[in-house]
Each structure stands twice: as C-alpha cells, then as structure tokens.
Design a protein around this ligand. Structure first.
Ligand SMILES: Cc1cc2nc3c(=O)[nH]c(=O)nc-3n(C[C@H](O)[C@H](O)[C@H](O)COP(=O)(O)OP(=O)(O)OC[C@H]3O[C@@H](n4cnc5c(N)ncnc54)[C@H](O)[C@@H]3O)c2cc1C
Length: 826
C-alpha cells in the first residue's frame, strides 16, 4: 500500500539528535518566510531508510504551522564523495521552480557550516503525497499500477531530457566514460569497505568487476545523445506521488546524481525486474517470480521509457547496464554494512541486512553477466500496445519477418540438428525395439548415454526460459558452483532463451519421439520444473527440482480423473484433507503421463483442499513422493495401442496417502493460479514439437514419393501428390507462424495476455500436424500405419494433443470469447 509521507516519521534516533535551538535560529535567519521567534520547532525523522538522515521540521507559531524537510550527512567518518548533500541541493535548485519538467521539492537553504548541527545540511519543501515502498503495489487496481509505472518511466525521461547547459549544470559531472568511471569509483569504494579489519571481499564481486571492465559498451566513451543528468538512485520509493492521482509531485534522493550515461539510470530503475523479492534478505524491493497484474513487463517498461526519452532500443547493452547497477548496489550495501559495524549508519534494521544484501546483489550481478540477453532483440511492436492487445487476436498486423532466429539461435539450431543426425535418428530403432519388447518398462542404456552426451554438448534444458534460468541458477550453492566446471553449471540452467528463441529449437526436438527426453525437454517434466521454479520453496526445489534439472529423476502431473470431465478442472474430485501436519489424499487419476517410468519419483497432484471455497479457490497442488504408501499405479493406458514405454501414461489411485503439509505448493486454494502459470509455456512446447513432427512427416513423404513407383511413375509424379504436398507445406508454414507469434507474445506479455495467441496455436498445431502426417502415412501405404516408420506413432501422439492440455473446443471457446470482446468494443 502507499504510505502517506506524513505517516512515515518516527521519533528522532538518539544517534541523529540535532541541536534544536541552534537550528531554529539558523533557519529563522536563512529561510525566507520562516516563522519568527518565539516559534517552536518539533523534529521527527523519516523512518523509510535514508542513507542521509532526513527530518521533518514542524514549526508552529500562533496556530500557524509550517513544514520543512531537512537532509544532512550522517555523523562520523564517511566514505569520500558519498552523502553529497551539497550536490543534492545544487541539482534540486537547478531543476526546480519550473526551470524543467522534472517535479522536485523547492529548496530553501544550504548550510555548509558544520558547527550548526554537526554536519552540512539543506532544507527543502515538504511534499504531502503517497510513497510506494513496495514495487509490486499491493492492493492496487491493475490500471492504476500501470499508470504509476508509466508515469515513473516518463518522469525518468523528463530528467534525462533536462538541458544541463540551460540550467547551469554543465559542470555537474563529466558526460563521457561514465560507466568506466562508475566501475572504478565503486570498485575503489568497495575496496575501502572490505579488507583487513573489515569484512572480507566477496569473490563474486571481484569477478563482476572484471566482467564490467571487459564489457563497457562503446557508446560510453562519447558524450552523445544518451548523456546528461543521471539521477543515480531512481526507484519507485524515491518518488512522491500526488495523494490521489498517478502523478509524480517530487523526485527525491539525488545524492548520487551526476552527468553521464543515462541508459544506466534506466537499467537501475528496472532492477526490481531482475531481483527476486522472495530470495532477497530483509527487503522487498524486487518482484517475486510472477509479475503482478497491471505492472508492465520489462520490455514494455523499457519501451515506454525509450519512447518517452526518444532513444533507441538497448537490447545489446542492457545486460551491461543491469549488471553495473547491481554491482553499484552491492558496493553501496557493503559501505552501509561497514558503517553499521562502525556504528554510524542511519536506517536501523535496513543497515543490518546490508551485508547480506551486498552478497546477494553481487551474486545476482554475476549470474546476469553470464546469461543471455535480458531484453528481446526488438521492443514490443506498436501493434501490440496495451489498448489493442487486450481486445483479442489480430495477427494481420504482426511483423512476421521479425520471428527469424537470431545468430545465436541459428548456431544452437545447427548444433541441435547435427546432434539429432549423429545420435537421435540412428538410435531410434534400438530404442523402439526395447519399447516394443517385454522389457519395455526399463530404461535403455543408450537413452542415458545420450542424455550425458546432450548435457556435455550444451544441449540440455534448453526449454528453461531466460527469466526462469536466472531462478534455476540460484539453486546452486556457491560451493556447488565452484565444484562444477563453469560450463557444466551453466548448462544445467539451459541457454537462457526466450520462448520465441526456444520455439526454433523445440521444433527440431519434435521430429523424434525420443529427442525431448534425451535433452531433458520433455513433458510433463518441463511443466513440473517450471512449477517448482516459480512456485516451489527452497526446500521443495532442493529436493525435487535439482534432480529433475539434472535428469536424474522424472515426474508426473496428476490432474485428470476418469470419473469427471477434467477439461473443466473445477470438476476435480480428489480430496486433500489436512490432519495436523499432514494432508490425506484420496483420489482416482488417469493419464498421469510419466508415472510408469522407473525413474519417476515425484507426482504433482491437483486436488480439493476446500470444497466450500469459491469455485477457483477450492483446488491446491501438492508434491507427492510416488513411493508414499497408498499411491497405487493401477495400469498403463494405451494411446491407439502405443503405451509410450518406458514413460507411460498411468491410471493412479491415491488411497489415504499422507503427505507433509510442507509439500503444498504456494498455499491452499492456489492450484488454479499454478495451473495457469504451468500451462502457457507447456502448451506451446507441444505446438512447437508438433510443427517438427509435421516437418518430419513432410520429409518422409517427399523421400518416399520420389523413390517409389506405381503405374510407371514415381508417386511424386502422380497428379494427386502435388496438391497434397503443397497443402501440407501451407499447413506447416501457417502453423509455425501462429506458434512463433504465440511464443513472442508470451515473452512480451506473459500467459494472461498471450492466451488468445496460445489458444490459436494449440488448436492449429495438432490439427495441421495430423493432416500432414496423415498425408505422409497415405504416401507410405501400409508401411505408414506400421511401426516400421515413425509416422503412426507421431500421428497417435499428435491426435492426443487435440485433447491433452485442453481439448480443441475449450481453446476455440477462448478465441471466440476474445473475438466477441474485441468486437463489442468497436
Ligand atoms: C496421451 C495423453 C496424455 C495426457 N497426460 C496428462 C497428464 O500428464 N496429466 C493430466 O492430468 N492429464 C493428462 N491427460 C489428460 C488430458 O489433459 C485430458 O484428457 C483433457 O484435459 C480432457 O479431459 P477429459 O479426458 O476428462 O475429457 P472431458 O472433459 O470429458 O471432455 C470430453 C470432450 O468434451 C468436449 N468438451 C469439453 N469441454 C468442452 C467445451 N467447453 N465446449 C465444447 N465441447 C467441450 C471435447 O470434445 C472433449 O474432448 C493426457 C491425455 C492424453 C490423451
């Protein structure tokens, strides 16, 4: 919730007391309009962590009340160039009083005479408004959240647009080589805050410093169009908003302001997007794993800023600026921590956490330094802007050429195709032989060998989206990271791809029934890993996610039930009743894919914890060890005769299964919420693979048709073949574009907004793949329906996807609903 600035004051901390008499008489002579003697002065202190102690001065005389804010340097020994009160005053004076569009409080006096209250200070206007200390804006309407973020981006652009020559700030700092100087300045300050007799230097921090020095963007060297005023600490909680409107009335805390490279300011402002609040000790300054409704995604927010500031899209340099910001944060925290140890930091509890925060920011910085691009290659396109995108699907305006794979993805694609040709296709017969034998519920050593090979070739866990890769990387302790080679640690968390990038690779995997599991990209494990990444607590992640990421175990997702229409998950009957520290689960499930696999250890079970709650709050998800007494695997189900061994699709009964309450995911009644998060990317992965399955059908069809002769001509020379072939190509191309578009929307806007595009892909992909595979089967004659070719198995699998993860009708319903909404708004 917002805090009113008046309610944020506390009694003055004993270490920060002021000589009230001296202060009062100083102000009476130096502040124009200040109430004369015998006015009384009441002083309180702002409690919201300030590195420079900040006070509310309330002056009263004959019922006339004036309020001012005083800011001073902290007492005691402080780092050189930190707590620059004089500079704060200078910049506020220059920007204020209508000289620029930047809203700032008026400043009334600067006192550099330390004898008055012990340190220099300045006095400014007291602004009454709202201050948002939690970046997720809890309890607020999504529209207002959006407006507040839009305003924050525009005010930052206004700061960056200020003409420093016109307002007398041309000598406020050097514009060129800003980042280079920042790296050196904060490195020096960090070294002053650590070392002999102080906390030990953090090895992560030293590695980050090295990386930053080696990756300074070329644009930093010049005083170009992106240079000018840099606020230095531009965050939501340094902005005072109007009491009721989403309008900034004052930008505060200019202590770190200077002239320089403004993109670094924008990246600093976006740190909540890369900081996971759940993992951050002591302070809620980042977003947790899922964005709150209304808050723009990172690309949207950056696009808003770029458009307001009229600067180009910073995809290539954004990682650097983000890492620099985190590094600077870490260095500041290390300084605060040292001051706390020396006993003179303001901020109380916040300062106590500073040591932990310094380590956290350095680790986050290092992780981001090593991962792929944070921003997509292009900004969200104009056709997808907010007002239009919620009105429903409109693919006609998409820039379809924009879906071409980047150079990095092309390189990965090449390696993946080579892996498929060298290892997967040649092993298919061998793996199939075991699948059709009596020993089919065992694991073929070739599968495990190929898994190792895929891992060693960096083709492992490619499905993990860039944002989740960051979460996954955090799973490994520092010791583990040190024990692994750098490469193997990186490979465990994938290649940091966007959904759109992964689509180009996942399609290749879909060409073989075996490839997804060999590269640890198979359903339902990917969806389950995603659930654990986003919603699991650290203990759940340690126990289950780690081995899943390693490919050591497998998992199942048990939602569908034979006795109810499960395409409507509110029908689910499985009960989960809490008794003391346990839930008792009773239910009957089927189509629990993966549960037959001898490596399967974990089932994520959906059931009802409270049948009396609101419709979508009755269900919860819980982690169940498959070996828990009462879990009964009844039988493997057959898909047109295929049992998909050793993976399998099981009918499972849960009879008085007792599971510790700590196995619950996210909380009681949050099953639907998790299902939403799980199904978006998972559904699309199916679609991506289906495009690949259709391509394989196409290849086989053409090969067969050009080699086999009937009635004196090759099949390809028969009249009917040309149309069949052409229509198949049309099917594939149309579907691929739908799938890529859905992946792109998912990257930009998340599941909720992308649901129309995902629904279209989910209907189109299995139907298109079925038509193409059916044509391929036709061309193969009797061989096509046999198991001698992969076509029948690919077809059977594609057919299930008109049902699994929601039947066609449900997705068609979503598309139609969005279309009706769109038209109703015309
Ligand atoms: C191979 C395979 C693997 C699977 N893996 C898993 C798994 O791992 N975990 C899991 O929990 N489930 C899994 N499923 C189950 C799958 O998700 C469900 O079968 C699917 O959600 C449909 O539910 P249902 O079978 O109960 O069909 P029902 O809900 O009974 O629906 C039957 C039919 O009713 C029609 N229908 C439904 N809703 C509408 C509507 N709104 N409008 C018009 N018609 C409608 C559709 O034609 C639908 O096919 C798998 C299924 C298969 C075939």
């Amino acid at each position: 919730m917002a805090k009113n600035t008046m309610t944020m004051v506390v009694p003055v901390d004993s270490a920060h007391r002021l000589d009230e008499g001296r202060l009062l008489s100083y102000l009476q002579t130096h502040v124009k309009g200040f109430l004369p003697p015998p006015a009384s002065l009441k002083i309180s202190q702002f409690g919201h962590g300030q590195s420079n102690p900040t006070y509310l001065l309330q002056v009263e005389l004959n019922r006339c009340v004036q309020r001012y804010v005083l800011r001073k340097k902290p007492p005691g020994q402080i780092l050189q160039s930190a707590h620059a009160i004089e500079r704060e005053y200078q910049v506020l004076f220059a920007l204020g009083e209508g000289k620029t569009k930047v809203p700032v409080p008026c400043v009334y006096c600067l006192c550099t005479d330390s004898t008055v209250i012990g340190t220099p200070f300045y006095v400014m206007e007291h602004l009454e408004g709202r201050l948002f200390v939690d970046a997720t804006l809890p309890g607020m309407d999504p529209k207002e959240r959006r407006a507040i973020y839009g305003e924050m981006a525009r005010v930052l652009a206004a700061i960056h647009a200020a003409d420093v020559d016109a307002i007398g700030l041309s000598r406020y700092g050097r514009k060129d080589n800003y980042c280079k100087r920042q790296v050196e300045r904060w490195t020096a300050q960090y070294h002053q805050s650590t070392g002999k007799g102080k906390p030990d230097p953090d090895p992560n921090m030293l590695e980050v410093i090295q990386w930053l020095r080696e990756n300074i963007p070329a644009e930093d060297g010049t005083a170009g169009s992106k240079t000018g005023i840099v606020h230095g600490d531009y965050r939501l909680d340094n902005l005072i908003f109007h009491p009721s409107e989403p309008r900034v009335i004052g930008v505060l805390d200019w202590e770190l302001s200077t002239l320089g490279n403004q993109m670094s300011d924008a990246a600093y402002n976006c740190l909540p997007y890369v900081i996971d609040s759940d993992e951050l000790p002591g302070k809620n300054i980042g977003f947790s794993k899922q964005l709150v409704d209304g808050i723009p995604s990172l690309p949207e927010y950056v696009a808003e800023y770029c458009s307001a500031a009229d600067v180009s899209w910073p995809a290539n340099t954004w990682n650097f600026y983000t890492v620099l910001s985190l590094f600077r944060y870490a260095a500041i925290c290390a300084g605060v921590f040292l001051r706390m140890l020396q006993g003179n930091a303001s901020g109380g509890k916040r300062a106590e956490d500073a040591g932990k925060m310094a380590l956290f920011f350095a680790a986050t910085a290092l992780r981001l330094a090593k991962r792929g691009p944070i921003l997509p290659p292009r900004p969200p396109s104009a056709s997808l802007e907010l007002p239009a995108r919620s009105t429903g699907p409109d693919s006609s305006s998409q820039n379809l050429l924009g879906f071409a794979p980047s150079a990095r993805v092309q390189e990965l694609r090449k390696r993946l195709i080579s892996f498929m040709e060298r290892h997967i296709y040649p092993s298919e017969n061998e793996l199939n032989d075991l699948m059709y034998s009596n020993a089919r519920w065992t694991i073929h050593p070739t599968e495990e060998r190929l898994k190792k090979l895929a891992k060693s070739e960096g083709l492992w866990n490619l499905w993990i989206p860039a944002d989740s890769a960051a979460l996954a990387s955090d799973l490994m302790s520092e010791t583990e990271k040190a024990m692994r080679s750098k490469d193997s640690a990186d490979r465990l968390v994938g290649a940091g791809l966007s959904n759109l990038e992964y689509a180009h690779l996942c399609e290749i995997l879909g060409r073989s029934m075996w490839a997804p599991q060999i590269l640890n990209c198979n359903a339902p494990d990917t969806g389950n890993m995603e659930v654990l990444l986003r919603y699991g607590n650290s203990e759940q992640q340690r126990k289950w996610l780690r081995p899943l990421l390693e490919g050591e175990i497998r998992s199942g997702f048990a939602m569908t039930e034979p006795n109810v229409a499960s395409s409507d998950a509110t029908n689910i009957e499985c009960s989960m009743v809490r008794e003391g520290d346990e839930y008792i689960i009773n239910g009957h499930k089927w189509w629990t894919s993966g549960a037959m696999d001898p490596r399967c250890q974990l089932l994520i079970v959906m059931g009802k914890t409270n049948p009396n709650a609101a419709m979508h709050k009755q269900q919860s998800m819980i982690l169940v060890d498959i070996n828990t007494p009462g879990v009964k695997i009844v039988r493997p189900l057959l898909v047109f005769g295929f049992d998909d061994a050793p993976h399998g699709h099981a009918e499972v009964k849960f009879e008085n299964v007792r599971v510790p309450v700590t196995n619950l995911l996210l909380g009681e009644g949050r099953g639907f919420e998790i299902a939403q998060g799980r199904l978006g990317p998972g559904r699309l992965h199916h679609c991506m693979r289906l495009v690949g399955a259709a391509e394989r059908g196409m290849d086989s069809m053409v090969k067969r048709a050009t080699q086999r002769k009937a009635f004196g001509k090759t099949l390809s020379q028969q009249g009917s073949f040309a149309h069949m072939l052409a229509k198949s190509r049309l099917d594939i191309e149309q579907t691929r574009l739908l799938v890529l578009n859905a992946a792109h929307q998912l990257d930009l806007y998340g599941n909720k907004v992308a649901k129309g595009a995902i629904a279209m892909a989910k209907v189109a992909a299995p139907n298109a793949a079925l038509r193409v595979l059916d044509n391929a089967i036709q061309v193969h004659g009797g061989g096509g329906v046999s198991s001698d070719f992969p076509l029948s198995h690919l077809w059977a699998s594609a057919r299930t996807l008109r049902l699994a993860d929601g039947p066609d009708e449900v997705h068609l319903g979503t598309i139609a609903k969005l279309e009706l909404q769109r038209v109703s708004k015309l």
